[in-house]
Write a protein that binds this ligand. Structure first.
Ligand SMILES: C[S@@+](CC[C@H](N)C(=O)[O-])C[C@H]1O[C@@H](n2cnc3c(N)ncnc32)[C@H](O)[C@@H]1O
Length: 331
């Protein structure tokens, strides 16, 4: 085997933005939805989208080389994940989530300036939330949050629990799914005041208004509703620095009854910080969004839990390569 090095991977990295741009455009023009609906040749796609054949040729070449599309004989077909998550109208359509960070693109390309002239607040992007922007935001988070919540209730048995507190619960995905799965359970979603307006709409749609309530509050301040016997905090971790996360975990500990448990689910770095890349990038996203947040390692999360007083603390994979789950029990 040759040990010669070359520039291939560095060149790919320098132009990695092209991959995001192609995915956004494919979604803009409904490429995967059209293919799924039988417009599965370039001629049919050009006809259906009204785009020039040369642009369809370019887009299809990119999508094939990125393994988004494949050949089925002479016809195009979607890759399995694309067919499941990127075809509009399908129950697991996650297009809103894929497009969710698109408005941040220009900010990512101003990172150097942002580092040289930092302008950050504790809440970052959440300072500016309105009811309307919260609705739009959670249309995106719900498109993957309910899937993650189903995974949570398959992984964690809450059948003997009575009250779940869902910190930064957003669409209510975890609370709604948990009460639907565990008969005796009630839940409280605590989220910022504009967000809980949207949360209540998800709760009403699911018909669980008698079992899931909301509290409009900032979880970086004040004590939490108590007593509860489970606390979940999902997909908030890199928004905040160690001081804030440590304080939230400590207040969650105080809110729990003896014997209660907490689950912190988020993008966590391995302890040597050599990955996952996604966790590191969510930390950097906070520079772009103007908060003080950063990526936390698994051992840092365990330390927040132990310092708060939790025992049986452990971090396990939640979605391998993306999300981890830190667990702790109050003795
Ligand atoms: C990425 S969403 C995750 C929503 C939900 N936990 C899920 O996994 O589907 C993050 C949520 O945390 C909420 N959040 C962030 N900071 C907060 C704070 N300081 N207080 C209350 N909620 C907060 C946001 O408003 C948003 O709804």
């Amino acid at each position: 085997m040759s040990n010669r090095i070359d520039t291939t991977r560095l060149q790919e990295m320098a132009r990695a933005y092209t991959t995001s741009a192609v995915l956004y455009t494919a979604l803009d023009v409904g490429l995967f939805t059209h293919v799924s609906n039988g417009y599965n040749t370039e001629a049919l796609l050009a006809q259906e989208t009204g785009l020039r054949p040369v642009d369809i040729d370019r887009l299809v070449s990119c999508a094939l080389s990125l393994d988004l599309l494949d050949w089925d004989g002479e016809q195009l077909c979607n890759a399995a994940d694309v067919e499941t998550y990127l075809v509009e109208g399908k129950s697991r359509y996650a297009g809103p989530w894929m497009m969710f960070t698109r408005p941040d693109v220009s900010g990512w390309f101003q990172m150097t300036e942002k580092m040289r002239e930092p302008d950050s607040t504790t809440l970052g992007m959440y300072d500016e939330l309105t009811v309307e922007s919260a609705r739009k935001y959670h249309q995106a988070t719900a498109s993957i949050g309910f899937g993650a919540a189903r995974r949570f209730v398959r992984t964690v048995d809450l059948s003997n629990r009575r009250h779940l507190l869902d910190l930064g619960g957003g669409s209510g995905a975890y609370s709604i799914t948990a009460v639907e799965s565990f008969e005796g359970l009630q839940a409280t979603v605590l989220d910022l005041p504009p967000v809980v307006v949207a949360t209540e709409e998800y709760i009403a749609d699911a018909g669980v208004g008698d079992r899931v309530t909301t509290v409009g509050a900032d979880f970086t301040q004040g004590e939490f509703p108590s007593p509860v016997d489970v606390v979940v905090m999902a997909s908030n971790l890199p928004i905040y620095n160690s001081e804030v996360i440590g304080a939230v975990v400590a207040r969650a500990f105080r809110a729990l009854e003896p014997g209660g448990e907490m689950h912190l689910i988020g993008e966590m770095l391995d302890n040597d910080r050599k990955g996952p890349v996604d966790a590191a990038m969510w930390g950097m996203n906070e520079l772009v969004c103007g908060s003080e947040g950063r990526a936390h390692t698994r051992s840092e999360c365990e330390e927040y839990f132990r310092s708060a007083g939790f025992s049986d603390v452990e971090v396990t994979d939640f979605v391998s390569g993306t999300l981890a789950r830190c667990f702790g029990r109050k003795a």
